[in-house]
Design a protein around this ligand. Structure first.
Ligand code: FNR
Length: 370
């Protein structure tokens, strides 16, 4: 494995969570960095995700007493100390030799909820043993339903509290930046959860069949497979990768426990809108009380504040988690979460919000180019 071991100390010069992005560029081999930082195609949506935060400014409020302030929230039947969730990210070994075990330890130390990926480098059982009680399992449906059922049974047995079905990445276009950097997934990077399931060979496509529709998409999840999943687990099922307000409403009606407004960090449909830009319409479609999580481009407490103001209950962290992991392992992820929480608290205090529920669209004002 070419990833150098990360030092178990916080490097000097880290003043905010975003510094981990800067330092990760020195900690990671160039190809790994390009794979993690890049999206699909031309990275249009990766850029859009970040740019969307710049379209909003936060309005300060003065003279409000915030001394009873906190960032606690209720989510999926649990009380969490802050609204930061560690997103599912495949192949944690690319960032750190301890991979998801280090993230799990950081989650436990900071009370964060962690959502390990089906494609994690460590098994869901190993991660559960290292994590705190707030853990959900991200599911990619397996072509063989028996294997999906086995994954579900394992997640339930390992004490995961929810299933997060990802629906926006059945097909991923190659990342131009990762290709240009010569990135190839190292042989050691195997999906530990799937090692016990035999890989079925893809059948040859009949002449004239599409490599996309009849090929790559043949096992993609559908509304029927969502119903099948809901009927085969006792855990609440969240659906990740939703941008269209109509899909959000249909998912609520279908029985999803909640949704994650996300474009897979720009790694799915390149050219899709920034997830932040769809958040207000999704919130309007599902109503005030339906749980909506958000991810895509969050790099600071102020970014999280904007997402919460536009309708999210909590935010997931993808790349920031991997950057902190690469720079300083479990300590780095815990430190990054601590910095983000303090950044959010400082933003809330200056915007006159003592609790998360006080962060509303009125806390923001659109910015316009001069
Ligand atoms: C991801 N993401 C992801 N999502 C998922 O549901 N299952 C997965 O296995 C992965 N794998 C993955 C790998 C890498 C390297 C990245 C960067 C992302 C998407 C992830 O959960 C999340 O939606 C985005 O990363 C959010 O955007 P930011 O926070 O990275 O800007």
């Amino acid at each position: 494995m070419s990833t150098p071991p990360a030092p178990e100390r916080i490097p000097p010069g880290i003043a905010n969570a975003l510094d981990y992005e800067r330092l990760a560029a020195q900690a990671l081999p160039a190809g790994h960095l390009a794979y993690i930082a890049g999206g699909s195609g031309e990275d249009l949506t990766v850029s859009a995700n970040r740019a969307a935060f710049g379209r909003w400014a936060i309005l300060p409020r003065v003279l409000r007493d915030v001394r009873a302030g906190h960032t606690r929230l209720a989510l999926n039947g649990a009380t969490l100390p802050h609204p930061f969730v560690l997103a599912p990210v495949a192949h944690g070994l690319l960032a750190h030799p301890q991979a998801e075990l280090a993230s799990a330890r950081a989650a436990q130390a900071t009370g964060a909820c962690i959502v390990p990926s089906t494609l994690s480098s460590r098994t869901l059982e190993e991660i559960a043993a290292a994590a705190g009680p707030a853990r959900w399992f991200q599911l990619y449906l397996h072509p063989d339903p028996a294997h999906t059922l086995d994954l579900l049974a394992r997640a339930e047995a390992a004490g995961y509290q929810a299933i997060v079905l990802t629906v926006d990445a059945s097909l991923q276009l190659a990342s131009r930046s990762a290709l240009a950097a010569g990135f190839v997934l190292p042989r050691e990077c195997v999906a530990a959860n799937l090692a016990r399931y035999p890989q079925a060979c893809a059948p040859a496509l009949p002449e004239g069949a599409s490599r996309i529709f009849q090929g790559a998409m043949r096992h993609a999840p559908t509304w029927d497979s969502l119903q099948w999943l809901l009927a085969h687990t006792r855990l609440p099922v969240w659906v990740k990768g939703v941008l269209h307000p109509e899909d959000a409403l249909l998912l609520k009606q279908a029985g999803a426990a909640g949704i994650v407004v996300s474009n897979h960090g720009g790694r799915g449909l390149d050219g899709s809108p920034a997830s932040l830009s769809m958040l207000p319409a999704v919130r309007a479609a599902v109503g005030a009380d339906y749980p909506v999580l958000f991810d895509g481009g969050v790099r600071s407490g102020a970014d999280a504040f904007k997402a919460l103001a536009l309708g999210a209950n909590a935010v997931l962290l993808g790349r920031l988690q991997l950057y902190a992991l690469a720079v300083a392992g479990a300590l780095g992820v815990a430190h990054m979460l601590q910095l983000l929480t303090e950044e959010l608290q400082a933003t809330m205090a200056l915007a006159g919000c003592a609790r998360l529920c006080e962060i509303t669209p009125d806390s923001l004002i659109p910015t316009y180019p001069c």
